[in-house]
Design a protein around this ligand. Sequence first.
Ligand code: SF4
Ligand code: SF4
Length: 294
Amino acid sequence: MKIAVTGGKGGTGKSTVATSLAVEFAKTKKTILVDADVECPNDHLLLNAKRKKYSNVYQPIPKWDFKKCTKCGKCASVCKQNAIVFVKGKYPAFIKDVCIGCKACMVACPTQAISMTKKQIGTIYTGKNYNVNLIIGELKLGELASGEIVSSVREKSEEISKKLKSEIMIIDSAAGIGCPVIASLVGTDYIVAVTEPTPSALHDLKRVLYLANHFKIKSGIVINKFDLAKNFYLKIEKFAKKNKIPIIGKIPYKKDFVNSTIKMKPVVEINPKYKRIFKEIIEKIKKSIPTTSL
Ligand code: SF4
Ligand code: SF4
C-alpha cells in the first residue's frame, strides 16, 4: 500500500503530516517513509533519525575525444539545456552543471567524438526511529535533475521494501506539480493533499488534485492550520464538496507543531491528543481503499 503525501505549495506542513502518519502506521504495520523532497529532505530531522549512506546516484554526462571532433557544432545545436557552447572554429565547451544526461549530443555527433561517462548528482540515505524505516533522497547542491533522484529513491525503496517485507510505504513528495512530484505520485494508491487556508495554498491544491485526477489516484485533503482563516477554510470545503474530494483531516494551529520541529519529535509524540487526528486520517484512507489489506 503506497500513500503519497503532497501539497502544491511549500510550507503547508506536508512533512509534519507524512512523519506523523508514518509513526502512527508503524505502531501496527511495517512502515517505510520515503523522503522524496530531494532538494530539501528533512523528515530525518522531524524523526530525529540518524542518516546512514546507502548509495550514490549518478547521471550520464558526455565526454569529448577532440581528436575525432571536426568542430561542426551539431552537438551544441541539439542540446536543449544549452550545456554546450560552440564558437565557430573552436572545440565545443561543456557546462557540466546544466547537463541532464539526455545523450542527444552523442547521438547527433557525426564522428563519434562523444561518449558517455557519469557524474554524481545525489545520495540515498537510510535511517530508523519510532519504528519507521526511513529512506531519503538528496540532490547534490547545484544539480538540477531532482526527478532523477526521486526515481532512484523510489527504485531503492522498492528493493528495501521487499527485503523488509513492509506493508505501508508513505512517500513525502516535494511541493509543486513538476517532474519530481509526478515521479513521487506515480504508482501510489492514495494521495494525501496537504493544504492550508490561504489563497495560494488553495490555488496550488487545485493543481495537485488535477494531477491526482489525471493519474486516476484516489485522494483526500488534509487542511493544516484550518482554524487560522475561516473564510478560506470554507472555500476549501466548498471546493472539496463540489469536486467530491473528501476532507480527511483538519489540523489546528497550535504551538505543539512548532515544538515538534524544535524538539525533533513527531507531533503525535509531543502531545498524544493529536494521535486521534492521524488515526482518523488513516481510517478514512482505509475506507477509500476498501480492497486493501491495511
Ligand atoms: S547529454 Fe543532453 S543535456 Fe547533456 S550536454 Fe548532451 S545534449 Fe546537452
Ligand atoms: S558534433 Fe561531434 S564533431 Fe561536431 S562539434 Fe560536436 S563533438 Fe565535434
